[in-house]
Design a protein around this ligand. Structure first.
Ligand SMILES: Cc1ncc(COP(=O)(O)O)c(C=O)c1O
Length: 423
């Protein structure tokens, strides 16, 4: 049936859309052990979102503690982002690609104002993988070298270049040969990066905290030491802040925790304001100048579009103005404490709780327990998910402006669900 999106749905329409939605998207359901329960599965079809809450097709509410894997730092449909995007939609959603668009320039200016060090030139694109892809190309162009060092269990995206530096063989192998000049070293081990340096190394690419790798927080001296090693070897340092950027870990950028300035910084996810996809990589004047010889060496039709730039501009403004990084830091400390107390009560189910700000991982004893706990939380109307590269880690990544009583509800739902696990 055609989706009537302009008005409320009748009960019959809800049923039909739910059934069709399930039939059309049953790959998702494989995550759920009891995916054959069709009546229950129908409730999985989403319809609207507001703040930290998602409603399904029947109007039932779920607390979004997954936050679209980091998209919804401002929650769903933040009113100021929506208003600004609607205004831009009425004025000029996409750009001529001939004249200069002031909205994109303004988004770049705001990013330069808050970015670490002298990072001030931004290329806007549409996703995280494109941001990393562009950073890799720029690193080769600027250094005239070819090699990259990345880390085991990292996640940098799934287009060919980003996939080449993604440290999970299961994602890479079906698509070989990828870039040949990539060395993977254990995450958190700066000496291993030093040892992996070659004459031909162009850049080291790292996440401030490994997200998909299972929320791995590195030792405090890791980033400063890697910075030093890169500078000494004339190798660029690329910070992949796609998941950690814009307040998620309790600082505006993950690298700020260690006062490190990378050479190139990639963003996406939260840069969208939760409204229009947007990615970016930002660098210094000097490094960006390598593109000047031929500005067409790297371009994107939809990158730089004013609709996404409006969302990015508002996302930066609101995150800074509302001190959402500080809020994430404060809420993260208290949430970690409460989750660790649950871990002490259920040591046979939970191996470890860790995180920074509102990027938190609960490492279950095994993958099956993680899947069951995720499902039990879903039954209690709380959404969480596992980490892509380490499925026994349940990741908690709610909006940074989530009302505290909804986080209380998450802890309660965990408290109710954990005793139900069969160990
Ligand atoms: C650190 C990091 N880099 C890159 C990506 C890829 O982003 P996208 O899915 O927008 O291509 C992700 C996605 O999860 C990520 O977490």
């Amino acid at each position: 049936m055609n989706l009537p999106i302009e008005r409320a749905l009748t009960r019959d329409e809800q049923e039909t859309i739910a059934a069709e939605g399930i039939d059309n998207w049953n790959t998702y359901l494989r995550r759920f052990p009891k995916a054959k329960d069709r009546d229950r599965d129908r409730a999985l079809v989403e319809w609207s979102g507001e703040g930290s809450v998602i409603r399904n097709i029947y109007g039932e509410e779920y607390i979004d503690c997954l936050g679209g894997y980091g998209i919804f730092s401002l929650g769903h449909r933040h009113p100021e982002v929506v208003r600004a995007v609607k205004d831009q939609l009425d004025r000029m959603p996409l750009h001529s690609q001939y004249l200069v668009n002031p909205i994109t320039a303004e988004a770049g200016r705001r990013l330069a104002e808050v970015a670490p060090g002298r990072l001030r030139r931004t290329f806007f694109c549409n996703s995280g993988t494109e941001a990393v892809e562009g950073a890799l190309k720029l690193a080769r162009l600027h250094t005239k070298k070819r090699g990259f060092i990345s880390t085991e269990n990292s996640f940098h995206g799934k287009s060919m270049g980003s996939l080449s530096v993604t440290g999970r063989p299961v994602f890479r192998e079906p698509f070989q040969p990828l870039l040949q000049d990539v060395t993977f070293v254990p995450y958190g081990d700066a000496a291993a990066i030093g040892k992996a340096m070659r004459k031909d190394t162009a850049a080291v690419v790292l996440e401030p905290v490994q997200g998909e790798g299972g929320v791995i927080v590195p030792p405090d001296d890791y980033w400063p030491r890697v910075r030093e090693i890169c500078s000494k070897n004339d190798v660029l340092l690329i910070a992949d802040e796609v998941q950690t950027g814009l307040g998620r870990t309790g600082a505006l950028f993950g690298v700020n925790h260690w006062n490190v300035v990378p050479d190139i910084m990639c963003l996406a996810k939260a840069l969208s304001g939760g409204v229009i996809p947007c990615g970016s990589f930002t660098t210094t004047d000097e490094i960006y100048a390598s593109f000047h010889a031929n500005p067409m060496w790297h371009s994107s039709t939809f990158g730089n579009n004013p609709l996404a730039a409006t969302a990015a501009m508002k996302a930066i403004e609101i995150t800074v103005r509302d001190r959402l990084s500080e809020r994430a830091a404060r809420l993260g400390v208290s949430l970690l404490e409460r989750l660790r107390s649950l871990q002490r009560e259920h040591p046979r189910a939970i191996d470890e709780v860790r995180g920074k700000g509102l990027l938190i991982g609960i490492e279950m004893r095994d993958e099956a327990l993680g899947a069951t706990l995720t499902e039990k939380l879903y039954e209690r109307r709380v959404l969480v998910a596992y980490a892509l590269n380490r499925p026994r880690v349940i990741r908690i990544e709610p909006p940074l402006n989530i009302p505290e009583h909804l986080l209380d509800r998450l802890v309660e739902a965990l408290d109710e669900s954990l005793p139900e696990l069969r160990l």
